[in-house]
Write a protein that binds this ligand. Sequence first.
Ligand code: ASP
Length: 593
Amino acid sequence: MNQTRRITCGELTAKDESSDVQLRGWVNSTRDHGGLIFIDVRDRFGITQVVFDPRNAGEATELASTLRSEDVVAAGGLVRRRPAGTENAKIATGEIEIAAQTLEILNRSKTPPFPIHTDGDVDESLRLRYRYLDLRRPHLQRNIELRHRAVKAVRDYLDANGFLEIETPMLIKQTPEGARDFVVPSRLHPGAFYALPQSPQLFKQLLMVAGFQRYFQIARCFRDEDTRADRQPEFTQIDLETTFPTQDDIIAVMEGTLAHMFRTALGAQVHTPFARLTHAEAMRDYGSDKPDLRFGMKLHDVGSAFAGTEFKIFANALAAGKVIIAIVESGGAIRSRRDFDALGVTAAAFGAKGLAWIARAADGIKSSLPKSALTDQLLATLRSITGASDGDAIYMVADDAAVARTIAGKVRLHIGDEKGLRDPKVFAFCWVLDFPLFERDEETGALQPAHHPFTAPAPGSESLEGDPLMLRAQHYDVVLNGMELGSGSIRIHDPNMQRKIFAMLGYTPEQVEQRFGFLLEAFEYGAPPHGGIALGLDRIILLMVGGESIREVIAFPKNQRFQDVMVNAPTQVEPGILKELHLRTDVEPSRRA
Ligand code: ASP
């Protein structure tokens, strides 16, 4: 006699005909066809149709008639082919059904607050409140599974390349990644606090001093930043560090990891080596340090075409030392005047004082510029600089160099979106290299590291002399489709150079000692040259699934106000706990969360 076989809801095919099986899962849907009851039972692996016939299984059928969506059942019976014409090619088990003999109801479900068996739109706060139900829905099941596959691919690839996964602590002091720390009060050390890591940066450097040579970690990071559309206060990095690397070594490991990840988890071929641009080239050609290379439309400096122009706005801008940056939209001349105006409104929202345009359509030249300014020479020079031809539109922004490029870069992306040039299924990776070592804080004007203060200067900048803003760094970013995936650098391993950088950043020797004394001390004990990188895992998975928000690829994310509305966090704690921690809060009771 055949033994009853336990199966998942995703595995039966016509080959299993006549098998005696039992499955367990959730009721996805129920249909009553004149006494015959059809139940679709769902688990993570798929959906299987179970048919209850009162003539063969009276008791089970009666019980089945009471089932509702999301009840949990165990059903058993014989596999049979579906009658011809009723097969469902859309699901893997669509050739068969189970002729039920037994049914056990393992648990009942209340009516869910939203339908589980479809991916229809549901208010996000409701989804987050009932996240365990949201996670049952098909697209989140897919996203979370893909995330697992992707992380496994990273682990497999790095393991095969000699990397060790090493955990670093969560209760630490501080990591200077430029954000605020989350702090955790210590009960045993009244008045003292730990910080949660903004990244494992200093520990991974110390692991290099400790001789582990190749480290990685799927690392949780915490940054207490202001809430912004697609941020989470805790997120995950693929973090790595190696000893004795060149920049090219890190680039090669990362390209290998990403290609393996996309191939194994997604079945997507990623071409290596990735394109490489210097930071200066990225800004010049795309107006961004995270260029989207899925399409062309590079920026052009067309100031020279307007030398002596009658168009006052551009003449004045050039006289004031500003630049005129252009992009060309191929075929853009078919736009209506209204359309051009709408683009101008968009550009204004990006900060443009105006968006000038010239287009050569079949019926002649159209432009926002006065006719008198459109000399043959201007048109010819513009064409030769930008490569525009008949039927194209040229858009121009005049402003300070960095501002004009940034705005033109945003208009470029906007047009790219409009024209469907930013296909989420195309993966255009690139490296941005040769970053400046320092930049100025926009508000305070203070010098700050472009990456972090442990980044080594590039060859030629090691003396750290001259204008600090002209110094270059051994810092590299990897970018995908206009999003920064991560940053890394070759690090400083010489304690004197590290002290010098801290001094340039305005730290007093006492502050350095207090905050980074342990690192500088470690550097006195044979610290090897080292370097690494960290990639934002959540963002990579988001790009893999082509989704809109990283909340779609994290099992239990916070909402946009950084709250967990399911468990209700953050929340007040018992006064007794505060007392034990020697803490008092001065927040009025009415203002408390
Ligand atoms: N810790 C750095 C970050 O979080 C990455 C690195 O330099 O490796 O951006």
